[in-house]
Design a protein around this ligand. Sequence first.
Ligand SMILES: C[S@@+](CC[C@H](N)C(=O)[O-])C[C@H]1O[C@@H](n2cnc3c(N)ncnc32)[C@H](O)[C@@H]1O
Length: 540
Amino acid sequence: MAPRRSARTAARNATNSATNSVPATDQNIVNGPRVRKPTARYVEFQQSLKKSPKKQFKETNANAPEVDKFMIRLYAEIHAAAVEKITRTDRTAIHDLIRETRTLRFFDLFPTDVAGNLKQTLIDSRPSNNQGKEVVQQARNDLQVSHPERLVSFCKKPNLVILSICAHSQTFRTAIARSVADSKAEKEPLWRDIRSKIGKCASSLELFAKTRSLDWNSAINACNKDFEYLLSSVFQNDDNVADIDQNTFGIGDGDVEETHHPDNVPSHWVLPRKRIEAQRPQFQYDFTEALERHDFWGTAVPGNLNGASKPEIGDAQVALQVNVDECIVVPGYDWSHLPTEANGDPRFAGYKGYACQVCGKKAKATSTKTRSSTRPACSCTPGDLCLQQPLLELFDTGVFGVGVRALQTFKKGDYLGEYIGEIYPRKEQEWRYGGDEGCKYLFPCDIATKTATKKPDKFEVDPGIFGNWTRYINHSCDPNAEYFQTTVSQRIGNFVCAIRDIGFGEDITSSYGQYYFQALKMTCRCGSDKCFHKDKQEDA
Ligand SMILES: C[S@@+](CC[C@H](N)C(=O)[O-])C[C@H]1O[C@@H](n2cnc3c(N)ncnc32)[C@H](O)[C@@H]1O
């Protein structure tokens, strides 16, 4: 049953109390709203970070199984190939691997006796010009690779698309050519285990490459000209190859079949549970008075899922959720109580007293009278606090909507990202998006600069439509991450931090606090042994 309005308000308060249980750091206590004393657990956690200063993120986790270590490197190298410039050596190695595969697959597509005759034609051919000699020799060499069955069978399962994506990883190129004996001697995972794991992650790898706009088609097509030559000169009189053109040379049915067809919007595609096309996440809400008042209709609502006419207050709406890299301060709200330096941005934390979480600097007082400063202490940004482009995927949990999964390892103490969304004042009984779903993402944050009243003031961070991946972090009663409200330079924000090491493939979770589910009349389904709601789950 849908929670009533009062229950939703309670849910909001519960989210609030969950946030209040997020311990405050020293810097947001000074001069800011009064927040609860840090819990013993938080103090212990902060101290443990001080004892072992934050280390650089390492690609591999010493305790992870060998195949997982391989997968971590595979995802990281595909990511790097997509976002950085590929070196000439790497490009040649990628093209070589794909060309070898297509040559071998070409012969594999014919019955054995026909393939035998075709190979003989290739071996016997004597091109007269230099270019021809080179192409023919290359094709002959392709037939001699040490691991032909691996290349050919990979085309059949998963397929040539996944091979071309994986070919962008040096680790993959080495692994596919490594013998069983060498794998054992070098303590590397066996090819059969790697292939089985890649098979299971095929859909994930394809979506991962697509959302980063990796251009694997160039690799597949790089040798088309050579194949054109082979077909037109070497195999020209053979009826068996009469129907084949250079594009299908070495490409069988299903070899380049793609599962997902997203456009180039990064990260906001949800990996489905089955091998079906990926979905863009959607947000359902009711058109509220607040939206009406702020002329929301007709502004940039992504997805155009509501039809053309302006909705009535209370009408159910659907929008696509999009990825934004920065919070958006919603225009049309009164922030006049903030100091002028805040420039209407409630995240402004003032120029004095707050140590930046990145560099630890505090602004020096420029006024002896008020002991306040008009100059910032540093120019750090949230990007300096958090890992750059952590490798993650959004996936359909099948139980409670979208979730987030790690595609790398994280160390305890790593900041993974900022909770990003639209920002507006927190007022009782009013939040931007209404309906049952309208408040599920709300995350309050303290306004750190002192206001006229003594009462702590807050703003909402609402990623209903505009937000980033952090909004999909699900609840667990035994979480591996937690939100901390902290200050970077002169801005306050909620940042998600790993509270223990997180392994490859692990769901990233945080705790919403004990009242969230009660208030929303929902049951926690985290499935953890430590679940506070376990009894209720069994009753349900
Ligand atoms: C902040 S959102 C998390 C992302 C959400 N799964 C989605 O698809 O947008 C919170 C919502 O996720 C679902 N959820 C998260 N953790 C849950 C849990 N442990 N048990 C049941 N539902 C959960 C609930 O619907 C909750 O209102």
